[in-house]
Ligand binder design. Structure first.
Ligand code: HEM
Ligand code: FPP
Length: 320
């Protein structure tokens, strides 16, 4: 203590390490992609006329809710995280954050998220954020993760809730486009996760977590990945037809990105034991979701609406 107080550089470094540990508990890179899905939904709901204050509040609250959910997951799973190689150095198993402090941190973030959404958006969005935490912690982490090969199929609904939060924050209700976006993430989660689970199969087997590749093997898993991937293009295009909330630009994103996903899953199905290919499908799943959300935002921009109207009038002029 004496040493820390008398040495300000060491004192600052200690604080930085503490902050780093808490950030690590929230699984920040996963939150970033969840925020992209929330942003896509926010822009789509606002049809390009998004109030910047509402956007910032919703994204901040989403960060806190997802951070809280991920921290409780780290707390609950600390026994198996300590054994698996990939998770051994996480803040709780490595002793950098105590379970008690993690619980206080997660509870504070959940309350903060609820209060922010309730005060600056509405009650529905605040309740949906809490439902996300409940579903991820209770339904996925507690009930399903250690007991069913379909754990992430049903549990994947938790990760699909952020777009519902975004839509509700803008409109005060859950419209059809939000449900379609929910379904899209729900269908995307199995290929995203099973490709990764193939790579870390031994880790999951060592702690008896019944992930599909552990129980059914790689060949069956790649067939399942292919089936789910095939549903993504039609599901993503429902936003264009019949819902009509997205236009030509988004359609190009959806078809090209979805086509590449199908190609990659097909390639993996030909070589089910090729873990380099499995890694490539996992990485691509992230690129797919990220770029599709960017496509949604671009398509929602008012400048794009005027450009498309101009292109349409020119095309009509040429035809008539
Ligand atoms: C229940 C559903 C899901 C499961 C079981 C799952 C599982 C995982 C796991 C185990 C990892 C590796 C994490 C690590 O090593 O720390 C991962 C990585 C990742 N997940 Fe998911 N995931 C799910 C849903 C989602 C959703 C909905 C998103 C965002 C829309 C997402 C985004 C990501 C990203 C961006 C990474 C890469 C993180 C990095 O670079 O380390 N995941 N996922
Ligand atoms: C609205 C709201 C708050 C929604 C919550 C969404 C949320 C936090 C989704 C996270 C999905 C995810 C990373 C699962 C991995 O858990 P795992 O336990 O299988 O991963 P691990 O083995 O790496 O711990």
């Amino acid at each position: 203590m004496q040493d820390t107080l008398s040495n300000p550089i060491r004192h600052n470094r200690d604080w930085l390490q503490v902050i780093q540990s808490y950030v690590q508990l929230t699984k920040p890179r996963i939150i970033l992609l969840l925020l992209f899905t929330t942003a896509g939904s926010l822009w789509m709901a606002a049809n390009g006329q998004l109030d910047p204050k509402l956007a910032i509040i919703t994204l901040l609250s989403g960060t806190m809710a997802a951070g809280s959910a991920n921290t409780i997951n780290c707390l609950y799973d600390r026994d198996i995280d300590q054994i698996m190689e990939r998770t051994r150095s996480r803040p709780i198993p490595s002793g950098r954050v105590s379970p008690r402090d993690a619980l206080i941190f997660a509870t504070t973030m959940a309350i903060g998220s609820f209060m922010l959404l309730f005060t600056f958006a509405n009650l529905l969005s605040a309740c949906l954020a809490m439902l996300g935490i409940f579903f991820y912690v209770v339904v996925y982490t507690h009930w399903l993760k250690r007991h069913s090969t379909q754990n992430i199929v049903i549990g994947g609904a938790a990760g699909a809730i952020p777009p519902l939060v975004g839509w509700a924050a803008v409109t005060g209700e859950i419209g059809w486009p939000a449900w379609v976006f929910f379904a899209l993430i729900f269908l995307w989660t199995p290929p995203h996760f099973w490709a990764l689970a193939m790579m870390i199969r031994d880790d999951y087997a060592s702690v008896n977590v019944p992930m599909l590749p552990v129980i059914e093997g790689n060949e069956k898993t790649t067939k399942q990945i292919m089936l789910y991937t095939l549903t993504l293009i039609p599901a993503s295009l429902l936003l264009v037809y019949p819902l009509g909330v997205m236009g030509a630009i988004y359609s190009i994103f959806a078809v090209v990105l979805g086509g590449l996903f199908v190609k990659k899953s097909w390639q993996l199905m030909q070589v089910p034991d090729d873990l380099v290919m499995a890694r490539s499908v996992f990485k691509y799943s992230i690129v797919y979701m990220l770029v599709l959300c960017v496509g949604m935002v671009i398509d929602s921009l008012p400048a794009m609406h005027s450009m498309m109207a101009y292109v349409q009038s020119v095309a009509l002029g040429v035809l008539v």
